[in-house]
Design a protein around this ligand. Structure first.
Ligand code: SF4
Length: 426
C-alpha cells in the first residue's frame, strides 16, 4: 500500500509523522510523496490558533478533493478538540485523538481493514526522512504539559505530561544514526518537563544520549525558560550538544507575564540567558513573543520592547495575539485593537531583523562544522548550492560547490558574508 503523510503545526507533529512512517514501512507498506498515488493519507492536524484549525479543515478538504479514492485518517490537536466535526468532514474515514496517537498505525490498519504484511517489509530503499527531503530528525521525547499558560490551547489538546523511556529514545536515535541521520532534535510539548512522570529529568536524558549514542549532533527543541536543572549548562561542554536554545519569552513585561500565567519573570529570564552566554561559546538564543495580549497597555508594550532589546536575540518568532476559544485568555477583557497589534508587530519585526544581523556580525570570520542539507538551485556555472545550519543554528549557504555532493555531510566552513536569510561561507 502507498501511504502519504502530511502535517501542520509543531515539530512534535513532525516527529510523530516520522515515527508513523517508520512503523508503516515496518508493516510492509511504502511511503510516497505523491498524494495522487496514495491509497491511504494520514494528516496530523494543528489547532494552536483558530487560523491553524481553519487550515487543518482546509487541508483535509483539499486532500479529499485531490485524491477522493484514498482512505483518510486525521489525528492531531484539531481532530482532538473537534472530534465530531472532524469525523463529519467529507472523505474522513477515521479520527484518532492525541491520546491514541501511539496506536495510530495499528488502529488504522485494523479499523480500515488494511493487511499488515511484515514479510514484505524490506529495508526501505531510502529512509523515509530522506525520501521526504529531510536530513534532521525530530525526536518526540515527551507529550503533554502540567502548566496552564492562559493563551495556550496545546496543554488542553495534549493532556498531562507523559515521557518516553530513555531506552526507547536511545534506540530510536541509534536506528536513525545507522540509517544515515547525523542530527536529531529533542522535542516535546513541555520538553523541560521530561521525566517528571518517570522519576527522571532532561539533563539525565541528554547525558545518556551523549554517552550511549554516537549521533554527531544533538539539538534541543523549544524549551520553557524554567525548571532548568542546576547542571544544565555544563552539558554544553560536549561539542555534540548544539549551543542554541529556543526559550519562549512571550512578553518582556512582568505584569503581562502574570496575566499569561507564565512561570518565569523577566529578571529570571535575563539571568538564564546571561549564564548561558557566560558558559557556552557562540551560544545563540532565539525566542517567541506574543504582541497585543489582552489589555497590553502602551506602557507594558514599551517595557516588553525595551527588555527584548536589552537581552538581544539571534532570532525571534513574533505572534500577534489571536482569540482562542477554550483558553483562559479568551475570557480576558480589553482586547488590543488590530491596528495597534499591527504597529507593535511591525516594530518588533524591525528590532528582530536588526538583532539577527547584529548576532551574525559577531559570528563572521568564525569557522563552524556545518551539516549540509539538500542541494538547492545551481549557480550560474551550473554548480550546485547547498544550505545547512551551524551548531548555533545560523542558516548558511555554500553557493557553486565543485567539491562533490555535500548533501548530508558535516564539514567545516568559515562564515563570510551575511545575505538575505543566510550567511555565505567560504
Ligand atoms: S508551558 Fe508551554 S505547553 Fe505548557 S501551557 Fe505553557 S505554553 Fe502551553
Amino acid at each position: 500500500m502507498l501511504i502519504h503523510l502530511r502535517t501542520l503545526g509543531c515539530r512534535l507533529n513532525e516527529a510523530e509523522l516520522e515515527t508513523w512512517a517508520q512503523a508503516f514501512q515496518k508493516a510492509g507498506h511504502q511511503i510516497t510523496r505523491e498524494l495522487a498515488q496514495a491509497n491511504l493519507v494520514i494528516i496530523n492536524s494543528c489547532a494552536v490558533t483558530q487560523d491553524a484549525a481553519r487550515k487543518s479543515r482546509q487541508l483535509i478538504r483539499r486532500i479529499h478533493r485531490d485524491n477522493p479514492t484514498a482512505k483518510l485518517v486525521v489525528s492531531g490537536c484539531y481532530a482532538t478538540l473537534n472530534e465530531d466535526e472532524a469525523a463529519q468532514l467529507m472523505g474522513v474515514d477515521l479520527v484518532i485523538s492525541n491520546k491514541d496517537k501511539a496506536q495510530l498505525v495499528e488502529q488504522t490498519l485494523s479499523q480500515l481493514n488494511f493487511d499488515s504484511m511484515p514479510a514484505m517489509s524490506t529495508e526501505p530503499a531510502e529512509h523515509s526522512l530522506f525520501s521526504r527531503g529531510r536530513q534532521r530528525a525530530f525526536i518526540k521525547v515527551q507529550d503533554g504539559c502540567r502548566y496552564r499558560c492562559t493563551f495556550c490551547i496545546v496543554t488542553v489538546a495534549r493532556g498531562e505530561e507523559q515521557s518516553r523511556t530513555i531506552e526507547a529514545v536511545i534506540d530510536e536515535i541509534n536506528t536513525l544514526h545507522q540509517q544515515g541521520i547525523n542530527e536529531v532534535i529533542l522535542t516535546g510539548v513541555h520538553l523541560g518537563g521530561y521525566g517528571s512522570d518517570i522519576d527522571c529529568d532532561l539533563s539525565t536524558l541528554i547525558r545518556t544520549i551523549l554517552d550511549k549514542t554516537e549521533i554527531p549532533r544533538l539539538r534541543l527543541g523549544s524549551l520553557e525558560p524554567w525548571e532548568l536543572p542546576e547542571d544544565f549548562f555544563s552539558l554544553f561542554k560536549n561539542p555534540r550538544l548544539m549551543p542554541h536554545l529556543h526559550l519562549p519569552l512571550q512578553s518582556g513585561s512582568d505584569s503581562v507575564l502574570r496575566r499569561m500565567a507564565r512561570r518565569c519573570k523577566t529578571e529570571e529570564f535575563a539571568a538564564i540567558v546571561a549564564k548561558a552566554r557566560e558558559e557556552i561559546p557562540h551560544f545563540n538564543v532565539t525566542t517567541d513573543v506574543i504582541v497585543g495580549f489582552p489589555s497590553e497597555s502602551e506602557e507594558e508594550w514599551q517595557q516588553s520592547f525595551e527588555f527584548i532589546k536589552q537581552v538581544g536575540f539571534g532570532d525571534m518568532h513574533i505572534f500577534s495575539y489571536s482569540h482562542r476559544e477554550g483558553t483562559k485568555a479568551a475570557t480576558l477583557a480589553n482586547p488590543v485593537n488590530n491596528e495597534v497589534k499591527k504597529q507593535r508587530s511591525k516594530q518588533l519585526h524591525e528590532l528582530a531583523a536588526q538583532m539577527k544581523q547584529d548576532f551574525i556580525q559577531t559570528q563572521l570570520g568564525e569557522s563552524f562544522s556545518v551539516l549540509w542539507e539538500s542541494q538547492r538551485e545551481s549557480s550560474e556555472e551550473g554548480k550546485p548550492s547547498y544550505f545547512g545550519y551551524t551548531p548555533n543554528y545560523l542558516r548558511v549557504a555554500n553557493m557553486g560547490v565543485d567539491s562533490g555532493d555535500l548533501e548530508n555531510t558535516i564539514c567545516s566552513a568559515t562564515l563570510d558574508v551575511a545575505i538575505e536569510g543566510a550567511v555565505l561561507v567560504r
